[in-house]
Design a protein around this ligand. Sequence first.
Ligand SMILES: [Zn+2]
Length: 98
Amino acid sequence: MVRATRYASAVVTTRYRCEACGNLTRFDVTVTRRVQAFYHYSLGGDLEVEDPEVLDETVEAVSCRWCGNGGRVVEVPGAAEPASGAPAPGADAVTPPP
Ligand SMILES: [Zn+2]
């Protein structure tokens, strides 16, 4: 059994990479997240938040913790996408050369 904790690592599956310095592990991320969860109180009033379900999530900003660059951080493709036959929308968003 996994002991329920706060939302800690419930839902974030996106990986990022800073193209400026190569950082893969440290980012400041600003997220708006709407979560429904089961609030389980003990009789003593201690709360455990269980079964968090993300209803809506918007990543507002991601900046690199190492170099502070917010403009060069990109999502690492394929890290969070479930396998599917068709390419994800936006996967080929790079404009082809004329
Ligand atoms: Zn960086």
